[in-house]
Write a protein that binds this ligand. Structure first.
Ligand code: M6R
Length: 588
């Protein structure tokens, strides 16, 4: 949440900062601002709304500055709450949450200081100013010692040519180029400059002047290792598509080829050993990644008979979870930076679990704490709504199920997983048929998605996708559960999407279809069983290829993603940047 960028060099800082902020907009886009130092004076421009609202600031003069694009936590999206926050000679941009804001502000007020915003971040500028006695680095260190919560900070001071950065539980990287240095929330903001990149760890500081010096929490200078990254991969473009989301959906067939793993090969021997020994799996994740965990649960329990708990990371971290000897914990996170998933993963490790990380970002915080990293290799995902990363996560987790089955003396199923790759192409073509469904969803008061077993997991994901980018209220429901209350909400204005790919309970889900049809609802069906498509209760259907039933979400989710996308654009939304959301949720 929130994107930070900083620059010190010989160029005019403002255009560099604005370019970086545009790349970081996926982290939040409620408001934006930059501060630039010219002749020892801070010049600040802040605006409500997208980074494009700031373009008039391009003309600001000065070779060093900081910028911020905000996802509001404390205080409404407004110009006065936008960063940078300035107090006296200090300007600060912050990503994270300061949990002891209230006490600290009281302390500042007692000194006669007034606050100009409703944010928690502003108090950081006050504290740094209080501790500043001519050395910005030690003032930042003293201030951060007072903070509870999470922060990535970039700080400017009128009397200093440079930036001080600090990090705790919010990502921050530093880039060193020829005669210029950068700070950013992630590599994408600075990759195009072709710089060497270093990641700050919790408690570390960086001093950016003509070059960069790194320090530990006691301000002892330290050396750091460069991060390997692919500059092209970090600077994606839409390749002719109208939206990143559509482009990312189109990449799914190619992406999946890189997500099939053979855990018995040499590189994964140790992990295969862990699979052999484990008797309990916990999957921790949030949002779409949580749904991929649910899909994996159905496959792993069915194929391996090993119990799998799928836990919402924000719950797990506060529930004193039971971790036994040989518990395998799998943290699933596209970004590898989701604060709740990271905290849950750390907790699991502290309780003695073996931690495997399924993530799409090789240099993320999650990869740094995991015992074993399983990269999804989906390529950078820019759209806030996760699509290709979901499909990649489940195919990877199915490969894990296959290996686990083998490790437990059962039949593996890598052949069936590989067979999915061809079927995905056909399912993708079928997706275009959902465009005809769009008019029925445009003005709906609410939408239901129904399924059982693995179809229930797809339904949850279809519902999340729809509500996230169309703003239509929707719910994914276990088909048999509907009649226990929720059916009261169904009437002729309620489109219902039913997913039926599991033979054993197909007729049971059809019972729910009958029930909603009888209340006047229009039913839209996604199935691999042709016979259901022609039932009178079904208004329209998409026929997807049949596959090993445990793996069907890989295919059934494709029309659901497409439905959300087409309804979103028909409602005039930008599916890449849904309101109130951000791609990477680095706060609690
Ligand atoms: O980066 P992560 O996979 O940890 O992100 C988890 C969720 O924030 C994410 O999946 C979110 O639900 C998506 N916007 C859904 O499309």
């Amino acid at each position: 949440m929130c994107g930070i960028v900083g620059y010190v060099g010989t160029k005019n800082a403002a255009p560099v900062l604005l370019g970086g902020l545009e790349k970081l907009e996926y982290r939040g886009y409620d408001s934006a601002g930059i501060a630039v130092i010219n002749d020892g004076k801070l010049n600040v421009v802040r605006r409500k709304g997208r980074v494009s609202e700031l373009f008039s600031a391009k003309e600001l003069k000065g070779n060093s500055g900081i910028g911020h694009t905000r996802w509001a936590t404390h205080g409404a999206p407004s110009e006065s709450n936008a960063h940078p926050h300035v107090y006296k000679n200090i300007a600060v941009v912050h990503n994270g949450i300061i949990e002891n804001e209230f006490e600290l502000k009281e302390e500042c007020r007692a000194r006669g200081e007034a606050f100009a915003s409703e944010t928690d971040s502003e108090v950081i500028a006050h504290l740094i100013s209080f501790y500043y006695e001519g050395n910005l680095l030690s003032a930042v260190q003293s201030a951060t010692r007072r903070l509870k919560g999470s922060y990535a900070l970039a700080v400017l001071c009128e009397e200093f040519h440079g930036i001080v950065c600090a990090r705790k539980a919010s990502p921050l990287v530093v880039g060193i180029g020829q005669g210029e240095v950068f700070a950013a929330s992630d590599i994408s903001a600075i990759a195009a400059a072709g710089v060497d990149v270093y990641a700050l760890e919790d408690g570390e500081f960086a001093l950016l002047t003509d070059t960069v010096h790194f320090f530990d929490c006691n301000l002892t200078q330290i050396r750091k290792e460069k991060i390997e990254y692919d500059a092209e991969e970090e600077t994606p473009d839409k390749k002719g598509y109208r939206h990143f989301m559509r482009k990312e959906m189109a990449e799914i067939p190619e992406v999946l080829k890189k997500s099939v793993y053979d855990f018995t090969v040499e590189a994964y021997r140790e992990f295969y050993g862990v699979l052999k020994d484990t008797g309990q799996i916990q999957i921790i994740a949030c949002g779409t990644a949580y749904h991929s965990g649910l899909c994996a649960k159905y496959a792993i329990e069915s194929l391996c008979r090993v119990p799998v708990e799928v836990c919402i990371a924000s719950e797990y971290r506060y529930l004193n979870p039971i971790v036994r000897a040989h518990t395998l914990v799998i943290a699933v996170s596209q970004s590898g930076e989701t604060a709740d998933t990271l905290a849950a993963a750390e907790l699991a490790k502290s309780k003695g679990a073996y931690l495997a990380a399924v993530t799409n970002v090789a240099y993320s915080s999650l990869t740094r704490i995991a015992d074993c990293v399983l990269p999804t290799n989906a390529g950078r995902e820019v759209a806030v709504a996760a699509t290709k990363s979901f499909n990649a996560q489940i195919v990877l987790l199915y490969s894990l199920a296959s290996a686990l089955a083998q490790a437990k003396g059962r039949q593996g199923c890598l052949t069936e997983i590989t067979a999915l790759l061809e079927k995905v192409k056909c399912a993708e073509e079928a997706c275009e048929e959902v465009r005809g469904w769009v008019p029925h969803f445009l003005g709906a008061r609410s939408v239901f998605f129904l399924g059982r077993g693995a179809d229930y997991a797809s339904s949850l994901e279809g519902s999340l996708k729809l509500k996230e980018i169309t703003y239509l209220p929707s719910e994914g429901y276990a088909a048999g559960e509907l009649k226990h209350g929720t059916l009261a909400l169904v009437d002729s204005s309620t489109p219902v999407v039913a997913v039926i790919t599991q033979r054993a309970c197909a007729d049971k889900t059809m019972n729910a279809v009958h029930e909603v049809y009888a209340r006047g609802a229009k039913v839209f069906l996604i199935t691999c069983f042709e016979e259901y498509c022609t039932r009178k209760e079904v208004s329209a259907s998409v026929l997807i290829p049949a596959c090993k039933e445990e793996f069907s979400p890989v295919l059934s989710v494709l029309p659901l993603q497409a439905l959300a996308y087409y309804v979103s654009i028909a409602r005039g939304n930008n599916p890449d940047k849904p309101r109130n959301l951000a791609k990477s949720v680095t706060v609690e």
